[in-house]
Structures are given as C-alpha cells and as structure tokens.
Design a protein around this ligand. Sequence first.
Ligand SMILES: Cc1cc2nc3c(=O)[nH]c(=O)nc-3n(C[C@H](O)[C@H](O)[C@H](O)COP(=O)(O)OP(=O)(O)OC[C@H]3O[C@@H](n4cnc5c(N)ncnc54)[C@H](O)[C@@H]3O)c2cc1C
Length: 289
Amino acid sequence: MKPAPFEYVDPRTVDEALDHLHRHGEEAKVLAGGQSLAPMLNFRLARPAVLVDINRVAGLDGVTETNGALRVGTLVRQRHLERAIDGRFPLLAAGLKLIGHTAIRVRGTVGGSIAHADPAAELPALLACCDGVILTRGRRGERSIAAAEFFVGPLMTALAPDELVVETRWPLPAPGTGWGLHEVARRHGDFALVGAAALVALSDGQVRSARVAVFGCGATPTRAAAAEATLEGRVPTVALIDDAARAAASKLDPHADLHASAEYRRRVARTLMTRALSDAISRASGSAR
Ligand SMILES: Cc1cc2nc3c(=O)[nH]c(=O)nc-3n(C[C@H](O)[C@H](O)[C@H](O)COP(=O)(O)OP(=O)(O)OC[C@H]3O[C@@H](n4cnc5c(N)ncnc54)[C@H](O)[C@@H]3O)c2cc1C
C-alpha cells in the first residue's frame, strides 16, 4: 500500500518544528529515521495530515558526556551511538546491537525509538534500567521526564502532541558495575518476544544496588522492583537470584498476542532475569577482584 496524502515540511530549527507541531496538533507527525513511521504510513496505520521531518534541524545530533551522563541528541543514529560509546557503557552497546539490522540502525534514531515507545524495544527498557531521563521541548518550554514516567502504554508516552524529544540522558554506570542483557527473538534482528536487562554493583560481597528492566512483557518496559528489593544488601547466591527473578516475574503483567501467550512470556521473563542478573553479578565480581 501507499501512504495516504500528507503535507511535508522540513524545518531547520527546533522552534520552527515546534511551530508546525503547535499549528497542526494531533494532525501532525514527526519524522526522524522513519524506520517505524514509514511502515505505519504505508499500511495506513498512521494517517497524519502533515509530516514534520526533523532530519535537517540543527543541533540535535550530538553525543556528549556531562556530569557522569551521556547526553544523546534525539537525531543521533543508533549505529552512530553504538560506535561513539567506545566501552563506556557496555550494556547500552550490547542493546544497540540487538536492534533490527545494521541498515535499520544506520537510519533509526535514538530519540525516535524512545518516542515510538514500542514495549518490545531495547532502548526504552535500557533507559529505564539506568534511571535515564528524556528531555523534551514544546512552546511552553523544556521538560525533563524520568524514563519511569515517560512510557505510559504501548506506543504511548507522556509527550504532548506539540512537543519534541530533543535529548536522552543516560547516567553512566559507576566503575565496577556489572551488566547483563538477554532476549528471546524468533530470528536475529526481530523484535524481542521478551527481554531483560540488569545493572548490579557489589560492595564487600553484597549487592549495593541492583536495577532490572524487562521488555516485551506488558504495555511498557517494566522495572523489576521486587527483584531489586530481594537482592539489595544481600550476598547474591544462585538461590537468591532465583528468588529475585521469581518474585519479579509474579508481579509482571504480560500481554498475549499471536507470537506468545502471557504465561509463556512470564516464564521466559523469569529465566531471562535470572540470566541477566547472573551475568551482571559475575561481571561485577570480576571487576571487583
Ligand atoms: C525490520 C525492522 C526491525 C526492527 N527491529 C527493531 C528491534 O529489534 N528493536 C527495536 O527497538 N527497534 C526495532 N526497529 C525499529 C527501529 O529501531 C526504529 O528506528 C525506531 O523504533 C524508531 O526510530 P526512528 O528514528 O526510525 O523513528 P521514526 O520511525 O521516524 O518515528 C517513530 C515515532 O516516533 C515519533 N518521533 C520520532 N522522533 C521524535 C522526536 N524527536 N520527538 C517526538 N516524536 C518523535 C514519530 O512521530 C513516530 O511516531 C525495527 C525496524 C524495522 C523496520
């Protein structure tokens, strides 16, 4: 199929883009990498009257490091970030490699994946796992929204129709933090059926902090608070990791679709949390030696 007719504008500044969004409200759609939007247009699942192409907007494609966080402009391509991280954030580097295929990551933007808010996508879950923040701009000014509050449902966010994501902020894990990331997909490059990410820091053999996020298992990426609470302050044995994953899996609200039942997703999420936590703990113990 071909897209329904639309007007196309390509602003050069954020303010110009915001003017278009303000003028057209729900009738407008932002175009970034187009890797999710273009198929939706072609299938007529999205029928915007106006497409606001932000690819020529200046100042949205930088990667910088400030106050212990990576600041990633919304237009930074996923492939570019993969290369720019250079060992500073192995969990994020591993997650980027799981997004589709190289050709998709060459066009797909970091901000586009966050704004699209697919519950099975890697970047929203990783941003939630590291307590990241989304910076938005609208005509009423800037907002800084914690990832935990940004994702509100499948393909739904706290973004107003006349706001743009301009940047995402990724707090860098403290040195010695271990990480783990596992997902199950039918084929390499497919969206995950279920995935789990973990960041763990140890101190004197005990878990100082544990952060776990699950994706593809419910309406939004989910922080596994029960797993984190089970582990923190304790010596991480195999049995404790299993308890943590079981406790968190029982609190998930998985969805069912033609790919998998809700119960399958819950069981896989438990296994993947166990694996991600085990990897994170073993990496943290390795760097503590
Ligand atoms: C075959 C295939 C496989 C894929 N596999 C995966 C995968 O395994 N994991 C994964 O995570 N993704 C996957 N993707 C999606 C890909 O990562 C997309 O790049 C990403 O979801 C959207 O980024 P984009 O820059 O292409 O955004 P676009 O497609 O341009 O936009 C997506 C949505 O976000 C909105 N938007 C974009 N930027 C902004 C902004 N700055 N402010 C406000 N709204 C904005 C758009 O209006 C639109 O609604 C796959 C895509 C394809 C085609």
